[in-house]
Unconditional design. Structure first.
Length: 228
């Protein structure tokens, strides 16, 4: 998706372990105590970065990252006193629910382009007032939730051959990337449809989402500034 072509570019501009949050610039209501939050199953795609610099998808890594991050996100939200209602977008792409999910992806693409990559829309750079519209209420009614949280992650991990190539080229003064991972979180008020908070995180070396402990660390930082 275009969102992740843009996020890959953001990652190239950032050091490891960065966090970049945006909050709705108008009036909004953070989730009050005991809110029910609809948490979309994280959309995770991970790959191995080969010695030649090619990315080869790894379904096992993607599934592990998805499951570990989903568990860590649920634990983090529940620790704030809220209830979690999970929803796998892969099973809900029909009808209005699917339309709203696709709309969120399009809005997310615009957010990354304008608020993170500084696309030439000067009036929107400091004006974080993105919305899915009142149609988002249909998610609230269908799933008995007041807010929705969307999580997406992309990245690659270096193969042994890639690491060996890095070491060999370093002797010659040539540096090559060893991969990287990035995730974004988006919190939507389902009553107004407003995206009240958005965060893009570049994973630190100890935040390997393929492992439960690493995913917990990534989830903690991903939601550290969320208005929960």
């Amino acid at each position: 998706m275009r969102t992740w072509a843009l996020l890959a570019a953001v990652m190239l501009l950032c050091a490891c372990g960065t966090t970049q949050t945006r909050t709705f610039t108008g009036e909004y209501t953070p989730p009050p105590a005991n809110s029910r939050i609809l948490v979309m199953t994280p959309d995770i795609q991970l790959a191995v970065l080969t010695a030649a610099g090619m990315q080869e998808p790894r379904e096992d890594w993607s599934n592990a990252g998805r499951d570990n991050l989903a568990a860590a996100i649920a634990t983090r939200i529940q620790s704030e006193g809220h209830s979690v209602t999970p929803l796998d977008p892969a099973t809900a792409m029909e009808g209005r629910t699917g339309q709203i999910i696709r709309l969120h992806d399009a809005v997310g693409t615009s957010i990354v382009a304008i608020n993170y990559m500084h696309a030439n829309v000067p009036t929107r750079r400091e004006n974080f007032t993105w919305t899915l519209g009142e149609g988002a209420r249909e998610l609230a009614v269908a799933h008995d939730a007041q807010y929705a949280l969307f999580i997406t992650g992309r990245g690659s991990y270096a193969s042994a051959g890639r690491v060996a190539a890095m070491v060999g080229l370093a002797v010659l003064g040539v540096g090559i990337p060893l991969g990287g991972q990035q995730a974004f979180a988006s919190l939507v008020d389902l009553e107004s449809g407003n995206v009240i908070w958005f965060n893009v995180v570049t994973a630190a070396p100890d935040e390997d989402m393929r492992e439960a402990e690493g995913a917990a660390g990534l989830a903690e930082r991903l939601l550290s500034d969320a208005p929960l």
